[in-house]
Design a protein around this ligand. Structure first.
Ligand code: ZN
Length: 383
C-alpha cells in the first residue's frame, strides 16, 4: 500500500527542522532559516512564532544576514527549556550534575555518601537529588529525566544491574530510585556514559574503542555512531580479559585480568593520588619513571589485543586522561607496533577530548538527545 505524508506530518517536520537548525547554528535570522532550509518565508514566520510562544526559542538581539545584507532579528533556542540530571554512584560518594539542552553544566554537587545496598541509602540519595534540584530553580516539567551511572553492567532495557561486584549491587532495580522521584530514570554503565559524552563533544566520532581508565578500567565500543550493548548487555567488558593467568587477584575473583594491569588501582599505591604520582614522575624520579613505563607497556599490550579484534581508533579517557601527553601516545604506538605482527600506523590512539565530569554528564545526555531528536517536549506541554 502506498503511504502518503499528511499535511500535519509536513507541519511537524518543518517545525522540527527549524528548531534543529536554530539549535545547530546557535543564533540565526528568519531569512537564513528560509534560505538554508528551502522553506517559504511565511512557513518560517509561522513556525518561529509558534516555537517562541511555546517557550522553545527566544529573540536574542540582531544578526547580520548572509542573504539580505542588513541586520535582522536573531533567534536562539531557550537552553533550559528542558534539562536533565546525571548521577554518578560511587563507593564513597555520589556526584550529581544538571545539563541544559546544549549539554552544558548548569549545576553540580558531590555528596559523601558511602554506597550500601539498603533502602535507607536509596532514600538518602533521592533526598539529595531533590535537594540539589531545588537549588536549580527549575520546575518539575523542565526535568526530562535522571540517568544513574553505575560501576556495573546494566541490562539492555537499562532497568536492572546485571553484575555489580564493585558496589555489590547485582540485581538492583531502577524502580528502587524511581519510586522516590517523579521523573523518568534509567541506569547506564559508567564506561558507556563516558563514551556518550565523548560522542557528544565529537559528533564526527562514529567508530572507536573507548577505554575509561579511572580507579577501575572500563570500555565501550562505538560502532556506526552507536554504543554496542551486545546480546546480553555485556559487550566490551574487556577489563576481565585474562592477561596474566598467575597475576594479581581481580575483584571479579579471577587472576591477572586487564583490570589488574590497566586501572588506577593497579598504578597507584593505597595512599597515592594521581596528582602525587605525576608530580614525582615529572621530577623524573626513577621508581616513578619505571612504574609509569610498566603501566604504559601493559596498556599497550592490552590495546594491541583489542586492536587485533577491532581495527579502529582508541580513545583513552577516564581520570587518567588529563595527565596523558603526546609523548605517552608515541610510546604506546611504538609498543603496539613492536607487538603487532604486521606494519601498523601511528595514528589510532588518542586522548579523550572530554575528561571532566564526563560520566555524570554522559548519564544525563540520552534524555537531552531524545528531546532534540523528537522535539516532543513542547507537544506534550501544549497537549
Ligand atoms: Zn576480573
Amino acid at each position: 500500500m502506498k503511504s502518503s505524508i499528511t499535511p500535519n506530518q509536513i507541519k511537524q517536520n518543518n517545525r522540527k527542522l527549524i528548531y534543529q537548525y536554530i539549535y545547530q547554528k546557535r543564533k540565526v535570522s528568519q531569512q537564513d532559516i528560509a534560505y538554508d532550509l528551502h522553506l517559504s518565508r511565511p512557513t518560517v514566520a509561522t513556525n518561529i512564532s509558534t516555537l517562541e510562544q511555546e517557550g522553545l526559542i527566544q529573540k536574542c538581539g540582531q544578526i547580520d544576514t548572509e542573504y539580505v545584507g542588513r541586520k535582522a532579528a536573531a533567534y536562539s533556542i531557550v537552553s533550559d527549556f528542558r534539562i536533565s540530571l546525571g548521577v554518578e554512584i560511587l563507593k564513597k560518594e555520589i556526584k550529581i550534575i544538571a545539563v541544559d539542552l546544549n549539554g552544558e553544566k548548569i549545576g553540580r554537587t558531590v555528596y559523601e555518601i558511602a554506597y550500601e545496598n539498603s533502602e535507607t541509602y536509596i532514600q538518602t540519595v533521592c533526598d539529595k537529588i531533590i535537594q540539589f534540584k531545588d537549588t536549580l530553580s527549575v520546575t518539575d516539567e523542565q526535568i526530562l529525566g535522571i540517568g544513574f551511572a553505575m560501576q556495573a553492567l546494566i541490562s539492555p532495557d537499562k532497568k536492572t544491574v546485571l553484575y555489580g561486584k564493585i558496589l555489590d549491587c547485582t540485581g538492583l532495580s531502577i524502580h528502587a530510585f524511581a519510586k522516590h522521584l517523579s521523573y523518568p530514570c534509567f541506569f547506564v554503565h559508567d564506561a558507556e556514559s563516558a563514551a556518550i559524552s565523548e560522542m557528544w563533544i565529537s559528533p564526527e566520532l562514529t567508530d572507536a574503542f573507548y577505554l575509561s581508565i579511572s580507579k577501575h578500567l572500563g570500555a565501550a565500543i562505538i560502532c556506526n555512531g552507536k554504543i554496542l550493548d551486545g546480546k546480553h548487555g555485556h559487550s566490551s567488558t574487556i577489563e576481565h580479559i585474562t592477561m596474566e593467568p598467575d597475576g594479581q587477584m581481580c575483584y571479579c575473583g579471577k587472576k591477572g585480568c586487564m583490570e589488574t594491569l590497566c586501572s588506577l588501582e593497579s598504578l597507584l599505591t593505597d595512599s597515592e593520588t594521581l596528582e602525587d604520582f605525576f608530580e614525582h614522575l615529572h621530577q623524573e624520579e626513577v621508581t616513578y619513571t619505571s612504574r609509569w613505563k610498566r603501566f604504559l607497556t601493559d596498556l599497550a599490550r592490552s590495546i594491541n589485543t583489542l586492536h587485533l579484534v577491532y581495527d579502529t581508533d582508541f580513545i583513552l579517557g577516564g581520570y587518567i586522561a588529563p595527565f596523558l601527553t603526546d609523548k605517552d601516545l608515541d610510546f604506546l604506538h611504538q609498543e603496539v607496533c613492536h607487538m603487532t605482527p604486521f606494519p601498523e600506523a601511528n595514528d589510532f590512539i588518542q586522548i579523550s577530548k572530554m575528561p571532566k565530569h564526563n560520566i555524570a554528564i554522559g548519564a544525563a545526555l540520552p534524555y537531552i538527545q531524545e528531546f532534540l531528536d523528537t522535539i516532543n517536549g513542547a507537544v506534550a506541554l501544549s497537549s
